[in-house]
Structures are given as C-alpha cells and as structure tokens.
Design a protein around this ligand. Structure first.
Ligand code: MG
Length: 393
C-alpha cells in the first residue's frame, strides 16, 4: 500500500521555484514538464532575467511570479497581463511569496546568500523545501535545521552529493553514520599546481569537465570551495560531525557520494551526472518516477578512480573545514568572502589563487561571534560583503 502515491495522483503537487531562470530552475521546469500529470507550477521567481521569466510563465501558467529587480516589473507585468498571472517585484516579495497557502513544495534555487531569508519564511510556513541553495545551510545550518524540526518540515537535498547521501540513508535512519564520503570531480584544474593556477583565466575556470552548472558554482568547483561548502551542508543536513565527513576526488563523477556505517558497509548512489535526477527525486520523494533521461551503464565505466584532494594547492577546502570547526559566524565570513572573491575573479580583477587568499584574510580579520540568532548571519554577511566589494569589485 502506497499512501503517498494515492495522494499524489489525486492532486498535483504545487511547486514554487525560486530562481527559475537559473540552471537548476530551468532543469526543474524540464522535470515538471516531463511529469505534468503529477506536478504543476504555482510560483516562478527570477532575479533579473525578465525575458526568460515571461517565456516560462506563458508556458507553465503559474499563479504568480516575482521579478526581484524592480526595474523589470513593468515589462513582466505588461507581458503577463493577458494570462491572469499576478506579478510582484522586489526582494521583500520573494519572502512574502514563500508563505503562500497554496504552495506544497519550494524549490530553493537562488544563488548564494540571497536564499536564506525566503527559505526561513517558507519553513516557518510549513513548506517542504527542495534545497539547491547550499549557502543557506552553510551560513545558518544550525538555525535552519532546528527551525525545520520545530515546524516539522522536510528539507530534501537537490545537490547531487547530498541527494546521493539521502538516498543511501533511506531505510537507515536508526543506524549511526560512521562516515560520509563526498565525491568531487576535481574540476578543470585537477592535477595542476600553483604555478599553473596563478595565471588561469575565468574562461578556463568555467570549463567544467563533467557538470553543466551556473557560473558561481562552476568556479567554486574549480577552487574546490564547492566541496568545502558541501561538507558544511552535509554536516547540518545529516547531523554528522565535520571530522567524519571526507571529500575525495573521483574524476568520473558517477558515484555521487558514499555513506559508511558502523559495520564497515559502504553504500553509494551511482548515476550519470545529470542534475534532473536529484531534482526529480526531491520532487517525487519518497517515490521514484520513470523518465526518459539517458541511463547509466556500469560497463561504460570499467575504471573508477579515487584520490585524496591536493589541499596544499586547493586551499579553499581546508578553509571550509576551519570555518566549520570554529563555527558561529565563521562560515558566513567564508561564504561572503568567497562570493565577492569569485565575482572579482570573474571580472578579471584578481587571480585564481587570490580567491583563497582573500577568504583567508577575511577569516582572520573579522570578529568571531557565536550564532545566537540569524541576525548575526545577516550582519556579518553585510559587513564582509560591503568591505570586500570596495576592495575587490
Ligand atoms: Mg554538488
């Protein structure tokens, strides 16, 4: 007897996609389109991409949309007038819309720190969260997880590694986790040394060998900061101490992570590197849905390799461990400094190795504060961002 299935077939799950014009947002719409008998779109939001937001809205007919950039409001509103779609603008509307009664599940695919506020509002209003925005867990994981517990809200990971861990843990919730092993492709600069990295261009850093993703996360993959942020994310999502979370390089990117249990057994999840799969699992959990995505064939991968990451060269990973070890607002400092440094690198203002250098400086400079409430995150983020923007942008 599958109660969830009966429920789903009776009533379509109404989805709100925060950040629908980004990479994850677009792929979420593909999944919804593929299963339009099960899911429908209730809300779409975009930061500035009004053209795509309009196009998506006309196709998926959401109840309402938010364009964060107020300058684009008129254009979106005019275009959607004939379709009876409500249009809102501004950052505050992003938070308000997260509380909408009719939403069943929120796909949180905003980039960076901006995902924090709307995620909190959605949890407070009892919405199931499919979380792609790892920065939310990085800066305020402790607060978010206790809030989710309080409001009895499920946080379903969309990040491929965390989806893998989550899938490995199904049926294991009473068993202690010995260790989590997060896999990393190694990015475009695997095996390179500092001399090489000193002069790499943003264009080279944006050439990810395995995954097609947004610009910010692609640079984070090249520096290994992405893996560092994922260690912190895993620490809070699965309540495992960071010293029991290991990152290893696995260039083929078909094993998306491992969980090791007390008896010495390891479980892993394998699939092609296709974000639509973890997105679909988060939308349909606890069920699995048939799809026509390309399928994984183990015989195509006779050699799977694993190696330790070179943290002397890729220091960002170590910085993330340091941040989680210190706790409090330190992950917020790490995250804000990283966001600004990556933006600066993409603009050609600083070199690739300066990303880690600037994050280290910021972690040494700003005052440590315990995370007594979420305002500490906002305040720390604001200060670090303002000062580093002046310096680097
Ligand atoms: Mg990932």
């Amino acid at each position: 007897m599958h109660f969830a299935a009966g429920y789903i077939y009776m009533k379509k799950k109404k989805i709100a996609i925060f950040g629908s014009t980004g990479s994850i947002g677009k792929q979420t719409l593909e999944v919804i389109n593929h299963h339009n008998d099960l899911f429908c779109v209730e809300v779409l939001t975009s930061n500035t991409n009004s053209d795509l937001l309009i196009e998506q809205s006309i196709k998926f007919k959401p109840n309402c949309v938010v364009i964060a950039d107020k300058n684009e409001y008129k254009k979106v509103n005019d275009a959607l007038m004939p379709y009876d779609i409500k249009v809102f603008a501004g950052e505050e509307s992003l938070c308000d819309i997260a509380t909408m009664e009719s939403i069943d599940l929120v796909v949180m695919a905003l980039v960076g720190f901006s995902g924090l506020k709307p995620t909190i509002r959605a949890i407070e209003n009892g919405k199931t969260i499919a979380l792609s925005n790892k920065e939310t867990m990085v800066v305020a994981g402790e607060i978010i997880t206790s809030l989710a517990k309080k409001h009895n809200v499920a946080i379903l990971p969309i990040d491929s590694e965390h989806s893998a861990i989550f899938q490995c843990l199904c049926g294991e919730f009473l068993n202690r986790i010995e260790k989590i092993i997060l896999t990393a492709s190694g990015g475009p600069f695997l095996g390179k040394d500092k001399d090489f990295l000193r002069n790499v261009s943003p264009k080279e850093a944006l050439q990810h060998p395995k995954w097609s993703m947004g610009r910010k996360v692609t640079i984070d993959s090249a520096t290994l900061m992405n893996k560092g942020l994922e260690v912190i994310e895993a620490r809070w999502l699965f309540d495992v101490n960071a010293k029991n979370i290991e990152a290893i390089i696995h260039p083929q990117s078909v094993i998306h992570s491992f969980v090791e249990f007390e008896d010495g057994s390891l479980k892993a999840q394998l699939a092609l590197a296709d974000m639509r799969l973890p997105i679909q699992y988060a939308l349909s959990y606890p069920e699995r849905l048939k799809n026509n995505f390309p399928k994984f064939n183990i015989l195509s991968y006779p050699n799977l390799n694993f190696q330790k990451p070179d943290t002397n060269t890729f220091e960002c990973l170590l910085l993330a461990y340091e941040a989680i070890e210190k706790g409090g607002n330190m992950p917020t400092i790490l995250n804000a400094a990283n966001e600004i440094a990556v933006e600066s690198f993409l603009k050609g203002n600083i070199g690739f190795l300066d990303i880690a250098e600037n994050i280290r400086k910021a972690m040494n400079k700003y005052t440590f504060q315990p995370l007594s409430n979420v305002d500490v995150c906002y305040q720390t983020d604001k200060t670090v961002r303002a000062e580093l923007s002046q310096l680097l942008l």
